[in-house]
Design a protein around this ligand. Sequence first.
Ligand SMILES: [Zn+2]
Length: 633
Amino acid sequence: MEIDYAKIGLKVGLEIHQQLNTRAKLFCGCPPALFKEEPEITFLRRLRPTQSELGQVDPAAFFEFQKGVKILYEANRATSCLVEMDEEPPHPLNMEAVEAVLTAALMMNMQPIDEVHVMRKTVIDGSNTTGFQRTCIIASDGWIKVGEKTIPIQAASLEEDAARKTGEEDGGKIIRYRIDRLGIPLIEVATAPVIYSPAEAEEVAFAIGRILRDTCKAMRGLGTIRQDLNVSLPNGALMEIKGVQELELISKVVKYEVQRQLVLISIKEELNKRGIKKDALQQQFIDVTEVFKQTRCKVIRKALDKGCGILAVKLPLFSGILKRELIPNVRFGTELADRARFWGRVGGIFHTDEMPAYGITAAEVAALRKATGAGEEDAVVFVADNEENARDALKAVVERAQEALEGVPAETRTAKEDGTTRYMRPRPGAARMYPETDIPPVRLTAELIEKVKAHLPEPAEKKVKRLMREYGLNEKLAKQIVDSEYGLLFESVVRESNVAATTVAAFLTETLKSLKREGIAIEKVTDNQIRDLFKAVGAGEIAKEAASDVFVWLSKNEGKSCQEAAAALGLKMLSKAELAALIDRVIAENRNVVDKLGAKAFGTLMGVVMREVRGKADPTVVNTLLKERLANR
Ligand SMILES: [Zn+2]
């Protein structure tokens, strides 16, 4: 089914977050880097709601606090100091990061603000040791052209990245966060909600991503760019979707969200037709432990053995609704389950739309219906957990079912790797910012702005033309290079390596794209390694045909050299004498062909030789030598 997005009134706004590769973090001298080893330092803190100076606590944040969670922070000395641990005040704002944001802002025709004021944004999920995230607006009111359309850019801000979650312990009572990422500078760019189709959302994100890369300060690799999307339909709701990690995923996420909202709207119509009223959905929970006393369902058995009971609730006239698919792998029942997990801390829910299953028999389902007074037209949801959790979970289920009568509830959702989204938390309240008093304001002087203006990167269209002119690339390849993450690297590789520009460009675009598609972690290979690789190709040490094998090896063996890669892969180039001997052997082995075809045997023999020496000899050298040896015969 092709959806007319303009007709249904889709509106999308983007918020793009890109980590900046500055020399230091935003508020201290630590390098913006992550560590993989075991932590050198750990410390435990309890979540506490930071009462903002405006006297308001975000309801979503307060809920996190109520869960009574403790946070175990992990650190090492190379990537964090007392600032990240909240034991020392933040240092002044990192001006290198400010200049990077200013560069991007000026490229997006924005107005720099006069004075930068760092603000605190309440975050108490533990991802910031302070209980807030520091953020500041650098510029506002700009625009970019995407195709023929002008997209207004509302604001460009500088923020500190949060700590990254590395796991949970004790059934979610302790959350582990690593503070290496905390304080890494992030640029945040927000567009107005004037994007009207999934494809356009992706195009705009790519255009902004390219500008951020052009500042030369964008970090590369998975997790270094994160998009938040605001997606709304007039008959649906405004949805905040967090954490899309790949630009290529944006159109899919938007498409799925539209589909999800449309199905929820049709579910609402169906429920209204069935004549269900909100009052009919009651928080009446019935203990049905007795029904499952003899059950062979393993999950329920385990819960019962631990002393848990089973609580059920009837959803009148909801039969068949819970199994309706909204988007791949997400049914209406999944939406109920996600709410139950979040508010009730339960592992999941059971419901009659998927029964009999999981070892639950038809007889048990019949007994369950009888115990809850449910007919065939009703659905029953039940949970096996301690009473408090079960009650909270079923309460959330009933609330979500009530919302279904109205259509689409506004939520904050999180994006999964397959482009689908899941419930994350309720929409946060608006009043979340207050001034950071530890950091003095910074004036963006006319001198500073002039200095940044004088060094603005070349605009994309101009660069495409220049690459075509200077390096003889065709337009397609020049565009691909400019669009790629390797636009800057390309020119230095060509200058240093003595390899044809077209070869380098095709490798950095098409080859790397297909390696990425095959699941190779291409971001693990550094710019310097790529430089060395092409120097080795230019010097005849590695055949250009072997470049991608070497690259793949380097991605799997971090910190090694091209020479080590070539040795490990047996890619040492053959000397001319070795090659000549090999060719003579091939000619001897194929004497019949040579006698029959004479000089015409060249093509066949070339194929035989190349199969043997692929990656170990330059085809043009093979060509010359083979012709010579054939003629000599
Ligand atoms: Zn630090």
